[in-house]
Design a protein around this ligand. Structure first.
Ligand code: HEC
Ligand code: HEC
Length: 281
């Protein structure tokens, strides 16, 4: 059944093309103002400027104060993994990362960064309080939560959590996704995760992205997620872990079996390929 949620926030209404043009103009004006005032700290080609000053005076124009960007064209960098940021800055400077928005917005700022500045920038952003969660005004599709934690075994899609972490916090070169903008996650999923998401539909990717944005710092507790009609995934938060179980719309456990061999719940027809395997973490 097609899920019928609409995410009517600013970024969805503003087309990327329109957003891109507006931002190019306003950023160019800001940069020109910076140069004509002889404000060296805004000069991204000056290797004497420290990473922190660049972060506060150049990067924040788009990525927001402390890396909490407000516009979904621009990824949040707050609390992003240091080595992931470093890897991306190198890939952008080396022009290996070359999507339209990267070319348009990031090739300029990254062009003259020294190794030292990149390291300082990555340290600065990774140490900011993590990306804030944003709750959409409409229910978060349950499907997104299930795909993130369990993948879609029948379509060969791996659980995103197996690499990105149970709380989507990332690790080392694997990026934090919790709290990131839905629009940005949508646009990057097919580029950065080409093979892994190739069997997911656009609606499924949208569902995972909306779930991820909602669980950022201070955002949704998984237990507050709203039930969908066909299936309710009730989530109880223990002291450390999230334990998902599947119930039907009346709240009865849906033909689920606990396996003592794998310490997991199986739902749907017993052992069938269509059954879910819910890790009892
Ligand atoms: C003119 C606006 C703009 C400025 C200024 C800017 N960025 Fe970006 N940045 C972007 C956009 C847009 C993207 C996403 C590109 C895409 O969609 O692929 C991005 C992506 C990134 C990424 C990759 C994030 C991820 O999750 O993969 C990093 C890291 C980054 N920027 C760091 C910086 C740093 C450090 C600076 C300052 C030296 C900076 N940016 C300045 C617009 C900007
Ligand atoms: C095998 C490990 C692995 C799995 C499974 C995985 N990812 Fe990733 N993901 C990564 C790595 C590594 C990167 C960084 C890629 C790069 O350096 O360009 C990444 C990057 C991303 C990005 C780009 C983030 C940014 O800030 O630009 C998104 C979005 C993403 N993954 C979503 C997903 C989703 C959704 C799933 C599940 C359907 C998933 N990933 C499953 C390892 C994984």
């Amino acid at each position: 059944m097609k899920q019928n949620y609409s995410f009517q926030n600013f970024s969805q209404r503003m087309t990327p093309a329109r957003g891109a043009v507006l931002w190019s103009i306003s950023v160019m004006l800001t940069m020109l103002a910076g140069c004509s005032n002889l404000d060296r700290s805004r000069d991204w080609a000056d290797s004497q400027v420290s990473g922190q000053v660049l972060a506060e005076q150049v990067c924040s124009t788009c990525h927001g104060v402390n890396g909490q960007s407000a516009n979904s064209l621009f990824p949040k960098l707050a609390g992003q993994q240091k080595n992931y940021i470093l890897g991306q800055l190198e890939a952008i400077k080396g022009r290996d990362r070359n999507s339209e928005h990267t070319r348009q917005f990031m090739w300029g700022p990254a062009r003259y960064l020294s190794e030292k500045q990149m390291d300082e920038l990555a340290t600065y952003f990774s140490q900011q309080p993590p990306m804030k969660g944003v709750l959409p005004s409409t229910p978060i599709p349950q499907r997104g939560q299930v795909i993130f934690h369990q993948g879609v075994p029948e379509k060969g899609v791996k659980a995103c959590a197996s690499c990105h972490g149970d709380r989507a916090e990332g690790d080392d070169e694997i990026p934090r996704l919790a709290g990131q903008h839905t629009y940005y996650l949508n646009s990057r999923a097919r580029i950065a995760m080409t093979k892994i998401v190739s069997n997911l539909s656009d609606d499924e990717i949208q569902a995972v992205s909306a779930y991820l944005e909602s669980i950022g710092e201070g955002g949704a507790k998984p237990s507050t997620l709203v039930a969908s009609k066909e299936k309710v995934v009730a989530v109880t938060t223990g002291s450390d872990f999230v334990v998902p179980r599947v119930f039907d719309a009346d709240g009865d456990p849906k033909n689920c079996h606990y396996s003592v061999w794998t310490y997991g719940w199986y739902c749907g027809s017993f052992w069938s390929a269509l059954g879910y395997h819910l890790k009892n973490q």
